[in-house]
Design a protein around this ligand. Sequence first.
Ligand SMILES: [Zn+2]
Length: 184
Amino acid sequence: MMQDDTRDNADGGAHDMRDAMDVMDAVDEGENVGREGENVETEGETVGRFLKRYLQVFEASCPRCQYNLHQLTGTTCPECGMGLVLTVGAVEPDLRAWITLVVSLCLGAGLGLFWIPVLLNQGMLDDDALGTIVCSIACIPLALLALCGRRRFIKMQPANQWKLTVCGVGLTVTAFVTFLAILP
Ligand SMILES: [Zn+2]
């Protein structure tokens, strides 16, 4: 298996496909090394080699700092030092975090919409109501932001998605708990 690493990559899809096949060849090569029992690669080394072969051909950015990793020669991001692996992903995006965030913020926003006419009619209520008013009305723009920002949200790392979702759920729970606390 040979590949001209210095070749210009802007030469079209057919070459990309052939390069992708070369990546597949790298899999076979790795297995042969193992079978012969000489110079046996660890799984991590094999995965690292696939990563480098993949990035010789395809564009990808660092999941942490978005640095362009095309033609990376190591297995860490040169910009932020994050360790990198090549993984299998799902075709369908995982929307659980986004749905949880949107549903909770919409619930909070519903309470916020209840407060707006109350405030307009009666002016500012006593301090006890401040917590639920601030939290629930804050949910209105945040719910719209979450609804409109779906594409951006699902591009984030799952851990960061869930951090945002926990904040949104926390805000809504706070809005409702403080609301229940001021009920007579
Ligand atoms: Zn990075």
